[in-house]
Every structure is written in structure tokens, then in C-alpha cells.
Design a protein around this ligand. Structure first.
Ligand code: SGN
Ligand code: CA
Length: 552
């Protein structure tokens, strides 16, 4: 009898030991806070560049951890970037090539895998998918682009409702409320904290408008770019501050002041955009708004008749940055609230904190606003990652990392197997100083949304630390090559320069290999194009008809 008990005891001991091991594992799995804003240019984060604005709270993430100076996106536009982040796949495979069609929810996303593996998951803020997120225990999201003032939220359990206040503050209140009241201490968590700001039409919070409308900002070297030295894509894009920005919707000139000055509603939706956004303010918000923008409009009306085209460009640049950066002031304050909460509640030690944007943005470089191009300001995106105890504080990496890598990074950090069909790479070696395990030399880019708003032509590209080779297609067939080291503003296309013959040929071979590696091809592009043309709205189809393809 004594002998028979022994095996049972061993078994029990083994079970106890094993479950302790599991508990230990459970304790060690990190929490993940993924902070992403919408259209936040790295030029507007002081950890990258302090000429435009101070962002002391966002900078705290870099101080605690790592600043990536060469982080980029695979497709510089909102919903496609988010789809790439969640699926770890390029647009042509996850199907979300542009902002038009809802995200295909049959895709497997990393939050689903985290949830299945025992993570508690929550999302607050802007998703922009046309459907609700899968794999989240809790969510409160903005419909579509969402609104700055008194926004509507779609919630998991409480239906859809409006909340009075400023969007950046509200998204943060929801996030903090969840951390305080819904977070389960026994589970690790994944929290997506997603700002609408600083997306167009750039409405700052009441507390920031007076301060920011007084500021003047340094102009970028290429504000008056004439687009010579490049192909037709840069010339034909409709993102110029002087020619394509809305006067009312963007520059906050009252529609009646436009009428008084004889400024036409050139886009056809300029005044409508103002009414849609500023029209949401309640009486007291509107009074505070008018107290600042009223005098600004009066002053503008007085000086407008005397202004040259150059004066107008300069004025529009300042007006643009005042509002754009004003919205970032609230993002920074609110990121500070979340970091303070983590500190005060002992959550810093075992939490990965990421700050990023869905892409970069033009702040007057090349005379532009918006994004979409593979040129640096929209291709690159801010990326700051903290993980106290794991990432050495105050470090920098200039490796070519992409939004494609987040899914595998988080799964890796959580000890969950990475699905074979994900196309990124875990950033863990870079974060933990094992840089010899990282050997990526080039990244792939593909933009699709054309013909459409801003008229940036379809293009794909290979980018290395030194060069960028781009192919624009659909209604053109043009190649561009930039030498990033000697031409950081990307003003001179050296594709036909004989001095670059060998480099060009090598880049062509590498681009073909990358397209093969990621499973992209002209045939896939053609199928995606047909789907796009089938699915777009009537007005967009008119736009498509007006774009002449070669031979048409
Ligand atoms: C809106 C904006 C555009 C912007 C797209 C896509 N116009 O249409 O300027 O490029 O969204 O932005 S707006 O005046 O209506 O805001 S994205 O971030 O969603 O991709
Ligand atoms: Ca965006």
C-alpha cells in the first residue's frame, strides 16, 4: 500500500510545481498599452524635433525606453495602416487597401490571439474600420472619422451615444476609467488607446485656442516647392496649402467672411466642413471659440485684399500649424494623465508602452498637408516604446521597422506563437539590445487610393536606409529614385542619372524580390483596382472617368 501512494504523491508534486511555473509565467506576461494618434507627424514630437512644439509627456516614453528614427508604414493612410497593424500583413493580403470598404473581419488579428491566450483586451477611440473590432472584451469607438466636439461613441454593451466635451479628453477619461474599474488584476491586459487628434479639421480644445492662435512657427525649407525635378505625381497631387486647403473647414474663416471677401467654395464642401465640425459646438463652447476666431476673422478680412499669393501661403501655413499643433497639446496632456496613472498604480514595471501614429503627415513640406506618398514625412511615422526593466532608457534605433511588425512583437512579448502567415518581424531583439539578431535591409510600400481625394497616384516602392525606388502607375508609368543621404528633402529624381545605373539596377532586383517575398504582383494590383472601381461611390466614379489613362 505504501508503495502505491508514492506515484500519486509524485504526480501531485509535479502538478503543484507545474502550476506554480504557470502562475509565474502569468505574472511575467507584460501588459501592453498601444497609444496611437491619427496623422501625428514626427516633426511635431519634441523627442524628434523641438522646433514646432514641446511634447514633454510623449517624450517621457522615449526617455524611459527607445526612440525609433526610421519607423515607417506600409501604406500611408488611416484604415489600411490600422489593418496592417492588427493583422501583421500587407494591404494586398489583409484586403484593406484604402479607406473605402469595411475591414474584412475574417482576418485574424493579434488582439484576438492575445484574448484567446488569457489577456484582457480593451479599445478606446478611433478605429475607422466600418465595423466593430473583434477580440476585445470592451470597446468604445468613434464612428468613422469621429468628431472633435461632443462626439458620438459606439460602445460594446451600451449602444451608441453622444458625450459632451472634447474628444481627446473623453477618450482618456474612458481609458482611465477602464484601468481603474474594469481591469482585472489577475490578467495581463492589452489596451488600445487611440486618438482622433490631430486629424483634419484640426479643432483644438477650448483651453488651447487662444494660446496657439498667437504662435508663429518656422517655415519648412520646401514650403514653396515648385515640384520640378520629379515626375507628375507630386505636381498633380491636391494637397497644397494654398490651392487645396479649405478656407472655412480648415483655416476657420467663417463662411460669411468668405462670401464678403469673394472667396469661392472651391472644393464644393469647404463651408459644409466648417458647419459640420464647428456646428457641433454647444453655446458656451461656441462663445469661447468666437472670442478667439472672431477677432482673427476680422483681422484676416482687413488684410486679405492686400495679400499676395506668397503672403496667403505663409498665412495659411501659420493658421494650419496653429490648429494642428493646438490639437497635439491636448494629446500630450492626456498621455501624461495615463502615464501618471500607471506610475501611481505600480503598473509601469511590467507594461510595454507604445506611442505611434497611423502614419506621418506633411506640415508644409513641399507646400503640402495630408499624407499618402512614400516621401519621408508621410512614409515615416513616430515610434516610441517604453518597457521599464527590459528596454534601456533613452536609447535610439535607426533600424527600418514598420507598423507591420507590431502584431508579432506583441505576440512575442506575450509568449504566444506568431502565425506563419504574418509578414512582419518581432522587434524584441531591437528592444532588448540583441541587435545582431536583426538584419532587415529594405522595406516595401504600396499605396492604392487613387483616383480619390488629394489625388495621390498609386505607387509601390522599396526603401533602404540610403535609397528609395518608386513606381507610380495607373494613369502614368513613372519611376523615381532618391538618394536619401544627399537629398533628404527628396527634390531630385536621379532615376535616369547614369551615375546611379548600378544602384538602380540593384534596387530593381531587390524590389522584385521583396514583391515576391510578400506575395504582391501586378496581377494582384489589377484585381484590387477592379474591385476599387466597382465599389466606389457615384461621385468618385465621375472622378475616375475624368482621370485620363494612357491610351484613353
Ligand atoms: C478625410 C479628410 C482628408 C483625408 C481623409 C483620409 N478630409 O477625407 O483630408 O485625407 O479623410 O484621412 S476631411 O476634411 O473630411 O477631414 S484618414 O486619416 O482617415 O486616412
Ligand atoms: Ca490617419
Amino acid at each position: 500500500m505504501r508503495y502505491k501512494i508514492y506515484p500519486l504523491c509524485y504526480c501531485l508534486l509535479f502538478v503543484i510545481f507545474f502550476s506554480c511555473e504557470q502562475k509565474e509565467e502569468e505574472v511575467r506576461r507584460p501588459n501592453i498599452i498601444f497609444i496611437m494618434s491619427d496623422d501625428h507627424a514626427y516633426q511635431a514630437i519634441s523627442a524628434y524635433d523641438d522646433r514646432l512644439i514641446q511634447t514633454p509627456n510623449i517624450d517621457r516614453v522615449a526617455k524611459m525606453g527607445m526612440l525609433f528614427t526610421n519607423a515607417s508604414v506600409t501604406n500611408s493612410i488611416c484604415a489600411p495602416s490600422r489593418a496592417t497593424i492588427l493583422t501583421g500583413k500587407h494591404s494586398h493580403l489583409n484586403g484593406k487597401t484604402d479607406n473605402h470598404f469595411p475591414f474584412d473581419t475574417t482576418n485574424v488579428t493579434f488582439p484576438q490571439l492575445l484574448q484567446e491566450a488569457g489577456y484582457q483586451t480593451a479599445m478606446f477611440g478611433k478605429l475607422h474600420f466600418g465595423n466593430n473590432p473583434k477580440g476585445f472584451d470592451q470597446f468604445k469607438i468613434l464612428p468613422g472619422q469621429g468628431a472633435y466636439y461632443n462626439p458620438t461613441f459606439i460602445t460594446k454593451d451600451e449602444g451608441t451615444y453622444d458625450i459632451e466635451g472634447y474628444v481627446t479628453d473623453i477618450i482618456t477619461d474612458m481609458t482611465l476609467e477602464w484601468l481603474e474599474n474594469e481591469r482585472k488584476v489577475e490578467q495581463p491586459f492589452f489596451l488600445a488607446y487611440l486618438h482622433k487628434a490631430p486629424h483634419r479639421e484640426w479643432l483644438p480644445a477650448e483651453r488651447h485656442i487662444a494660446e496657439f492662435t498667437q504662435k508663429q512657427f518656422p517655415e519648412p525649407a520646401t514650403l514653396f516647392d515648385d515640384y520640378s525635378g520629379r515626375g507628375t505625381a507630386a505636381k498633380e497631387a491636391e494637397m497644397n496649402l494654398l490651392h487645396h486647403m479649405n478656407w472655412a473647414g480648415d483655416s476657420k474663416i467663417y463662411p460669411e467672411v468668405m462670401d464678403q471677401l469673394g472667396i469661392p467654395d472651391a472644393s464644393g464642401w469647404d463651408k459644409g466642413a466648417f458647419k459640420r465640425e464647428v456646428g457641433r459646438l454647444n453655446a458656451s463652447q461656441r462663445a469661447n471659440w468666437d472670442a478667439v476666431y472672431g477677432p482673427l476673422n476680422k483681422e484676416f478680412a482687413k488684410s486679405f485684399p492686400e495679400m499676395s499669393e506668397e503672403d496667403k501661403m505663409r498665412w495659411r501655413y501659420q493658421r494650419y500649424l496653429q490648429d494642428y499643433l493646438g490639437t497635439i497639446a491636448s494629446v500630450d496632456e492626456n498621455v501624461g494623465r495615463v502615464l501618471d496613472y500607471l506610475e501611481a498604480n505600480g503598473l509601469m514595471e511590467n507594461t510595454i508602452i507604445v506611442y505611434t501614429s497611423d502614419q506621418g503627415f506633411y506640415l508644409g513640406e513641399h507646400g503640402w498637408f495630408d499624407k499618402r506618398f512614400v516621401y519621408d514625412e508621410s512614409f515615416k511615422t513616430p515610434l516610441l516604446v517604453a518597457w521599464p526593466g527590459k528596454i534601456k532608457p533613452g536609447t535610439k534605433s535607426d533600424e527600418l521597422v514598420q507598423n507591420l511588425d507590431f502584431a508579432q512583437t506583441f505576440l512575442d512579448a506575450a509568449g504566444i506563437p506568431q502565425p506563419k502567415d504574418m509578414q512582419g518581424e518581432s522587434l524584441m531583439p531591437l528592444l532588448t539590445g540583441k541587435t545582431d539578431k536583426w538584419n532587415r535591409e529594405a522595406v516595401y510600400y504600396h499605396y492604392y487610393e487613387y483616383p480619390s481625394i488629394h489625388m495621390v497616384k498609386r505607387h509601390y516602392a522599396i526603401v533602404t536606409k540610403k535609397y528609395k525606388l518608386i513606381h507610380f502607375y495607373y494613369d502614368v508609368d513613372e519611376w523615381e529614385l532618391y538618394d536619401r543621404a544627399i537629398d533628404p528633402h527628396e527634390l531630385t529624381n536621379v532615376y535616369d542619372d547614369p551615375a546611379y545605373k548600378e544602384i538602380r539596377e540593384k534596387l530593381h532586383r531587390d524590389l522584385d524580390a521583396l514583391r515576391e517575398k510578400y506575395g504582391d504582383s501586378s496581377e494582384i494590383s489589377q484585381n484590387l483596382l477592379e474591385r476599387y472601381l466597382d465599389g466606389i461611390s457615384k461621385s468618385e466614379r465621375e472622378l475616375v472617368r475624368s482621370v485620363k489613362k494612357p491610351g484613353n
